[in-house]
Design a protein around this ligand. Structure first.
Ligand SMILES: [Zn+2]
Ligand SMILES: [Zn+2]
Length: 273
């Protein structure tokens, strides 16, 4: 009964989190400020409503699976099986920060290799094809997974709570971080400035162009948060830097997206963001 109550409590929160972050991004870039940002669009075409409906439906299914597994973790916690600690003072502030950073880095490592596994021909069509139905993703595609992929994606949480002491706040920070970065990866717009992918420090951060190219070309750019494992394993698309600069250099004259029918009265600024 307690578990059911927990499930009924967290599912709406998980759904709310998705609609909040993906919804804000969608409203800003695809509705309210569409004209202003249209020259930043990575792929000039805008996906139609049917595509976005599918992305939302599969995302909701994934969120249901996340809620179920989250409830399983809650059960393991109250049964004393996990290393979750609830008294934040039980460990130092330094450890708390370390745990958040370690969680994010381990998730980045986990995702890269699980993602490459999902691209293995023998399982791709059963596990990962749904996510790749979006060849021109929108923020709604952030959790658009086949149920098996949803399990694989969220499996990092039960793994982490068994191997590393984590405070619920550290888990919460990870949840928000991964949601924001996931929405950014599927945004369809590039926000980072020109030169970002060649900068000594910033090049280690993944960009929206990076994941957008994964959706377009499929067999490249597997990484999640950081451009670490793709660089180590040589799986970045050969044209990644060039494509990034192409998107950033696009001007009003060079970029006229098809579905935008309205007259554009003001000359948009050259993209420098
Ligand atoms: Zn993929
Ligand atoms: Zn994706």
């Amino acid at each position: 009964m307690e578990l059911l109550a927990h499930l009924l409590k967290i599912f709406p929160l998980i759904v709310l989190r998705y609609f909040f972050f993906a919804g804000i991004a969608y409203l800003i870039f695809y509705v309210w400020k569409k004209q202003k940002f249209t020259f930043h669009k990575i792929q000039p075409k805008y996906p139609d409503r049917k595509v976005m409906n599918r992305e939302v439906m599969y995302s909701l299914l994934s969120l249901g699976i996340f809620a179920l597994i989250g409830t399983g973790v809650y059960w393991a916690k109250i049964s004393g099986y996990t290393k979750i600690y609830t008294d934040i003072h039980a460990r130092s502030a330094g450890y708390f920060i370390f745990s958040v950073v370690a969680f994010i880095l381990l998730h980045d490592f986990y995702f890269y290799w699980v993602h490459r596994l999902m691209h293995w021909d023998r399982i791709y069509k059963y596990v990962h094809r749904i996510h790749h139905l979006s060849t021109n993703p929108t923020p709604w595609a952030a959790f658009s997974f086949h149920p098996i992929e949803a399990v694989l994606e969220v499996a990092i949480l039960p793994i982490m709570v068994f191997i590393m002491p984590l405070h619920p706040l550290a888990i919460f920070i990870w949840v928000i971080f991964q949601t924001v970065l996931n929405v950014m990866g599927h945004l369809g717009f590039e926000l980072f400035p020109s030169g970002f992918t060649k900068h000594a420090l910033y090049k280690w951060q993944n960009t929206s162009v990076h994941h957008n190219m994964h959706h377009r070309y499929v067999r490249c750019n597997y990484g999640l948060y950081f451009n670490l494992w793709d660089r180590i394993m040589g799986t970045n698309h050969a044209q990644y830097d060039a494509e990034f600069e192409k998107v950033k250099a696009r001007t009003a004259a060079a970029h006229q997206p098809e579905p935008v029918k309205e007259e554009i009265n003001e000359v948009p600024e050259v993209v420098v963001s």
